[in-house]
Design a protein around this ligand. Structure first.
Ligand code: ATP
Length: 383
């Protein structure tokens, strides 16, 4: 097992800086997710760890070794890609055993193997393949070729091929993207179980923030080659470090509104144009320097309640009148698109028994203890 350390890792392609001085420690046995929009540099960062890209500057360390100049095959890592690239002419067993056999070849050629060692090695490869197949539910498929498998089964073979290597670290690049929605969710759960069981340090790349939230011990959110925030999923969800992270993590997205901070009768208010809400006592001090200034006010859809079924006591400072534009029943809840009177949209995730009807007025209660404020210039979170 090993930790992976990136120190000031930078990768440039001509004038494009794909990865910009990234510092990241992936702890031993940790499942770290690199997440971000297309082009943010997550695949390039992973390929630098794998040795598939030469770094422009900085260091990659796996375990105690700096591996900048170590060949990919000698880095003690195993990769699983979106495209599982199984050998079509080999059955499942051989696909899984192939890498292990290949590693033995140089020793064959050098004549270092005695016949007894050959038997032993063959035996150990056989055991590793069969144990892994058992663990992944592939035992009954060992004789089949890839074309005789479903997408999910193929992906499990690709995983098995990585697992039999018993690497120090797994590097996974969008490994579930080719699966349909249901299988994705299933395979996601299997991967989590597998990680708990094997405890192998894993770096997992995805653009899907739900995958990141559900799978990662920690998540590193990337944008423009930079790590914006790296922390435990709920910490990132509850305390996004900046406007980008706030908008990227969470579905439906956090409402982010232009507003002005005001002081009135000892209270601090946020004025969003067509309505004003009171900020809680705990945030007064941090908001004082912003009085009279523009900020971005953030509130997640699930922190906005239909007043008639609100879990939060309604008060003048947290209740606003809106017009219901769209209702989307999701079964367990109803997504509402609301117009507070300024033509801007507020999204709420209301309880399933909401009385909201399209085209009708509604009163909603904002849980202001969960509100966020971002500096309009720096885009950093005030809280
Ligand atoms: P995606 O989710 O779309 O795969 P990503 O976050 O993994 O995106 P990268 O593939 O790492 O992003 O790309 C980061 C940046 O580097 C992009 O601007 C991309 O165009 C650029 N880039 C990546 N590979 C190369 C290359 N071989 N040559 C030139 N530019 C590249």
């Amino acid at each position: 097992m090993a930790r992976v350390l990136l120190k000031d890792l930078t990768k440039k392609f001509g004038t494009v800086t794909a990865v910009d001085k990234v510092n990241l420690e992936v702890r031993d046995k940790e499942f770290l997710v690199l997440v971000g929009p297309s082009g943010c540099g997550k695949t390039t960062a992973l390929r630098c760890v794998a040795g598939l890209e030469e770094v422009s500057s900085g260091q990659v360390q796996i375990g105690d070794r700096v591996v900048n100049d170590v060949m990919p095959k000698d880095r003690d890592i195993a990769m699983v890609f979106q495209n599982y690239a199984l050998y079509p002419h080999m059955n499942v067993y051989d696909n899984m055993a192939f890498g292990l056999r290949l590693r033995m070849l140089p020793l064959w050629y050098k004549g270092l193997f005695q016949m007894s060692e050959v038997r032993q090695t063959k035996g150990s490869i056989d055991r590793r393949v069969k144990d892994t197949a058992e663990m992944l539910g592939l035992t009954h498929l060992l004789k089949r070729r890839p074309k005789e498998l479903s997408g999910g089964q193929r992906q499990r073979v690709a995983l098995g091929r990585a697992i039999v290597r018993e690497p120090a670290a797994f590097l996974m690049d969008e490994p579930l993207s080719n699966l349909d929605a249901k299988l994705r969710v299933q395979t996601r759960a299997e991967l989590i179980k597998l990680h708990v069981r094997l405890g192998i340090t894993t770096i997992y790349v995805t653009h899907d923030q739900v995958e990141a939230m559900t799978m990662g011990d920690r998540i590193a959110v990337m944008k423009d080659g930079l790590v914006q925030q790296c922390d435990r999923p709920l910490e990132i969800y509850n305390h996004p470090a900046n406007l980008f992270v706030a908008g990227f993590i969470g579905s439906p997205e956090m409402n982010l509104l232009e507003a002005t901070v005001k002081a009135s009768n000892g209270d601090i208010l946020v004025d969003a144009g067509s309505y004003q809400v009171n900020m809680p006592e705990k945030h007064k001090e941090s908001l004082k320097p912003y009085v009279g200034k523009s900020v971005r006010f953030g509130i997640r859809p699930e922190d906005i309640y239909d007043k008639s079924i609100s879990l939060i006591p309604a008060q003048p400072g947290n209740t606003i009148g809106v017009q219901v534009e769209i209702t989307e029943p999701m079964g367990s809840s109803v997504l509402l698109e609301l117009d507070p009177g300024d033509g801007k949209t507020l999204t709420a995730n209301a309880g399933a028994d909401t009385k909201a009807r399209i085209g009708e007025p509604l009163e909603v209660v904002l849980d202001m203890s969960k509100a966020h404020i971002f500096d309009a210039e720096t885009e950093e979170a005030v809280f």
